[in-house]
Ligand binder design. Sequence first.
Ligand SMILES: Cc1cc2nc3c(=O)[nH]c(=O)nc-3n(C[C@H](O)[C@H](O)[C@H](O)COP(=O)(O)O)c2cc1C
Length: 194
Amino acid sequence: MQNGRQAVPLEKSYLLLNHGPVTLVGSTHDGRSNVMAASWVMPLDFDPPKVVLVIDRNTLTRELIEASGEFSLSIPCREMAAQVLAAGSLSGRDGEKASRCGLEFFAASCVAAPLVGDCVAWLECRVIPCRDNQDRHDLFIAEVLAAQADPAVFSQGRWHFSDDCRRTLHYQAGGAFFVTGESFDASEQAPTGG
Ligand SMILES: Cc1cc2nc3c(=O)[nH]c(=O)nc-3n(C[C@H](O)[C@H](O)[C@H](O)COP(=O)(O)O)c2cc1C
């Protein structure tokens, strides 16, 4: 384990996105790094693990991802909501964005795109190029190469939030978020169909 980060088996990495949290997309190319907020992100496959995300064609992030073929997903939490909103409102085209938003980068292990500090989970992704999806729908498919999570909130394949500040975020619009709520197990109450 490294500073509150524990490796998540790749075949379990989809669980980091299964509850639909807001993400921070990290990207880099030619000495320029950037971060933007993205809600339209979801798991796509188990083995190899894949994700899909929608990245608007006018963003700097889109330009950097198309140029590098890589990106990172960091999963922020409630105590970072204002920074997340800033990362989703400002553009890196207008100057270095991470520090303006109060976000800190650190190095990923498999991709050049940076990860964002203070988050609760991280995925490193390589784009599987599909020109048609990208051009027509702004949609990117990517393989997950590495995944990590803070074991204080994600372990043994489950999220468990004891600290409200570390709950993951879900976006509505206009600066309004939800946080992930209570977890419960419905397996013993589920009808068996017999
Ligand atoms: C919470 C939140 C979620 C967002 N989700 C997405 C998304 O899924 N896809 C997208 O293209 N833009 C999304 N945006 C907007 C981008 O983050 C925004 O356009 C950003 O300024 C682009 O930054 P860049 O030009 O530095 O790459 C979201 C914004 C917020 C606040």
